[in-house]
Design a protein around this ligand. Sequence first.
Ligand code: PHE
Length: 473
Amino acid sequence: MDNQRATWGSNFGFLMAAIGSAVGLGNIWGFPYKMGNSGGFAFLVVYLVLAAVVGFTVLLCELSLGRRARKGCIGAYHRLASRKFAWVGWLGGLSAFIIMSFYTVLGAYCLKYMVVNFGDILGLSFGANGTDGGKIFGGLLTSQLESWVYTLVFVAATGAIIMGGIDAGIERFNKYAMPLLFVMLLIIIARSVTLEGAEKGLAFMFQPNWEPLKNNFLGVLATASGQMFFSLSLGMAIMVTYGSYLPKSDNIERDAAVIVISDTVIAILAGVAVLPAAFALGGENAALAGPKLLYITLQNVFNAMGSIGPWIGFLFYTLVVIAALSSLISLMETTVTFIIDSHEARQAIHNRKRITFWVCVAVMAEATIVALDGLGSNGLWVPGQSLFGVHTWNDCWLDFMDAWSEGFMMPLGAFLTCLFVGYELKIGTLADEIEQDGIKFRSKKFVEICLKYIAPVILLFVLYNQLKDFGLI
Ligand code: PHE
């Protein structure tokens, strides 16, 4: 059976798909706004250290586990781990599935903004026509049917690509989409940094300022580490799944380095695209406005850009849609791979297209709740919102889904993965998987120390903070 497993068509194609998974809303939205809120330059430095030490190590483990087992996440842990850890794959698999409930809707909102800016280019009535970003967003949240239809389009597009398979679908899409995304980002940067007043944004990002670390070191560390995990798609079964389609001749250590560096560079570039423009046209407060950045602040920035605004806006939201789509592809593929693996284990006949179709139906079912809820705008009942009339921790369905997946299962899964690879499989097995075809595992000592001592501590800290942030403890 193993011999029949599909593989990526080329190393470049695999890298584009993995980078496509990593680069998403987390980079283009989360990174700039978290950097804006949590100390600019200081946040950047902490983030870089974490990505190099913890991100690289965990990514390397996940890719190796997948390739060694030749199974998606759930199957991989079953095959490689003792009873103690065999269930850990479920944490990642389930968390990927739950994340889809809101990632689809957030991507769908970007699709709407793409259309709005396109309307402005053509001067048609469905454009923003100068309407305030807050108004557009408020309107979208309460138009349940509209939100749902955009979500459906987004899910259907993802399903169509996945139906093509690993190389002819996922790889082919990313091979073109990722370089395109990069070029679009450069064009937007060129406009953003040449705006009058843009220097303030650049200074905020790159001028050394250690004050935030002195005042709130743990706060910056918590935000940066949570962001780094989400941004690299770790702890969510994804890199195990993508790794399971890698040929043995591939140098996973180099791949992991390329993925971490690319994801980080794109997050920083997204900051350069967004923050100077927000400082220049929206004022400092707008730049530091937090999660509103993507759907409210930036639309106002495009509105204020004059005649080129709709073009830049359209380009920007197209870029975000591509980034979100390539991430959603990886999330959905983990579920599809899981079902294919279970068919193979039973030696049952399976059909990727049919499986994908049913996964899309399931994802639509959970996404429908989040879309109709409109971030709590439409008065839907939300679990955990109130207990005997007392307000508790969830304000909306998105928060609820996010708390369980990103807040709880993801850091716990990544923490247990470190323990499992570091103490049960041990570095020797990892080296055995990486050192094939004469490839040398150069960072072996470094990875061993990170894996056994540094990453688990940081992950426990992330877990604790996420639970606190989401109000679970
Ligand atoms: N890494 C993606 C981002 O930065 C999001 C993502 C998370 C994708 C988890 C897949 C799994 O937006």
